[in-house]
Design a protein around this ligand. Structure first.
Ligand code: KPL
Length: 298
C-alpha cells in the first residue's frame, strides 16, 4: 500500500515512521518545489528522534502537480485551519473511493469535511501522541499516546482500522469533543503564561481561568445535550498531570511566531455558545488574547 501524507509535520512524520516499519511506501505531498528540493537535499528522509534513538524514514516527496498515480490512501495530519484546503488541493488526484484520514485538532472542520467530501471513505482520528519538530524534517517524539479512529457518518461503519496501532471507535465525534474541551482549558493558559501544562493551576489567576473555562464548556454541553461521565475539570487535572512537562501545541505555536489553532479550539466553543444561546466570556477572552499574542521567536 502507498500512503500519501500531506506535509512533513510532527504527527505526520510519526505516522510515516510507523508506515515505514510496516513496509509501506510513503509519499509526502509538499506545498512548494523549494520544499521538495530541500527535502531531497537533506537525503529524502524524515528523521525521528526518541530519547537517544534516531531513526530515518526514506520517503518520496513531490508537490501535488507531480503526482501521477491516483491516491488511494491519504493522511491529513495538518493544522485544523489547513485541512480543508489540503483536501481540495489533492482532490483531482484522488482515486474514486480513496481512504482519507483526517487527523486534526479542534472542532468544526471535521464536520465541514464530512459534508463536503462524503463521496470518499472518510475517517477521522484523534491522537494523544506528543511530538514536535526541531528542524525542518526532524521530529522529536515526546510521548507515545493513543490514537482513536472512526467515521462521523454512522452509516459508513468500518470493521478494521487502516492505521495499524490506532484503535477503532464508534464514537469519534465524542472523542474529538472531549479532546477539544480539554485543549480549551489547558492550551490558552500555557500560551498566555508561557508555562508547561503542569503549571496551569500554579497561581490563583490561572486556576480561576481554568475553572471558568471548564464551567462554560459544561454549560454548553448541557445546552447541546452532551452528557459526560467525568467532570471536565477532573479530566483537565489528569491530562495536565500526565503531560506536566509538555509545552502545549498552542504555546509552541506562539513561541515560534506561528498561527495557532485557537479559532478551532476556544473559537469553536464561542461559536457554539452563540448558536445554543449560552455565555462563554472566558473562552472569548482566550480567543481574543491568543489572537493578539505574538512572542518573539527564540
Ligand atoms: O493536546 C495537547 C496539546 O498540546 O495540544 C495537550 C493535551 C494539552 C498536551 O500538550
Amino acid at each position: 500500500m502507498t500512503w500519501h501524507i500531506i506535509g512533513a509535520g510532527a504527527i505526520g512524520s510519526l505516522w510515516a515512521d510507523r508506515f515505514h516499519q510496516q513496509g509501506e511506501e510513503i509519499r509526502l505531498i509538499l506545498r512548494t518545489e523549494a520544499q521538495v528540493q530541500h527535502f531531497k537535499d537533506q537525503g529524502s528522509r524524515l528523521v525521528i528522534e526518541e530519547q537517544s534513538n534516531v531513526s530515518t524514514v526514506p520517503c518520496f516527496a513531490s508537490t501535488t502537480s507531480e503526482i501521477n498515480t491516483p491516491i488511494t490512501h491519504l493522511l491529513i495530519p495538518t493544522k485544523a485551519f489547513d485541512a480543508m484546503d489540503a483536501i481540495k488541493s489533492v482532490q483531482s488526484k484522488l482515486a474514486p473511493a480513496a481512504t482519507i484520514i483526517v487527523m486534526i485538532n479542534g472542532y468544526g472542520v471535521q464536520q465541514q469535511i464530512e459534508k463536503q467530501f462524503s463521496q470518499y471513505n472518510l475517517l477521522f482520528a484523534s491522537t494523544t501522541d506528543g511530538a514536535y519538530k526541531n528542524a525542518p524534517f526532524t521530529t522529536v517524539k515526546a510521548a507515545t499516546g493513543t490514537t482513536l479512529i472512526g467515521t462521523l457518518s454512522h452509516s459508513n461503519s468500518i470493521k478494521t482500522s487502516p492505521l495499524t496501532g490506532a484503535k477503532l471507535t464508534d464514537a469519534i465525534d465524542e472523542v474529538i469533543w472531549k479532546k477539544v474541551a480539554i485543549n480549551c482549558c489547558i492550551n490558552p493558559i500555557t500560551a498566555i503564561h508561557d508555562c508547561e501544562n503542569g503549571a496551569i493551576f500554579a497561581t490563583g489567576e490561572r486556576a480561576q481561568s481554568v475553572f471558568q473555562l471548564a464551567e462554560e464548556i459544561e454549560a454548553l454541553e448541557h445546552a447541546m445535550g452532551i452528557k459526560r461521565q467525568t467532570p471536565l475539570l477532573q479530566e483537565v487535572e489528569q491530562v495536565a498531570e500526565l503531560t506536566a512537562n509538555n509545552r502545549s501545541s498552542m504555546l509552541q505555536d506562539v513561541t515560534n511566531g506561528r498561527r495557532t489553532e485557537v479559532e478551532h479550539i476556544n473559537g469553536a466553543i464561542v461559536a457554539l455558545a452563540k448558536e445554543f444561546g449560552v455565555e462563554a466570556p472566558c473562552n472569548l477572552e482566550m480567543l481574543n488574547t491568543i489572537q493578539n499574542l505574538t512572542r518573539p521567536v527564540r
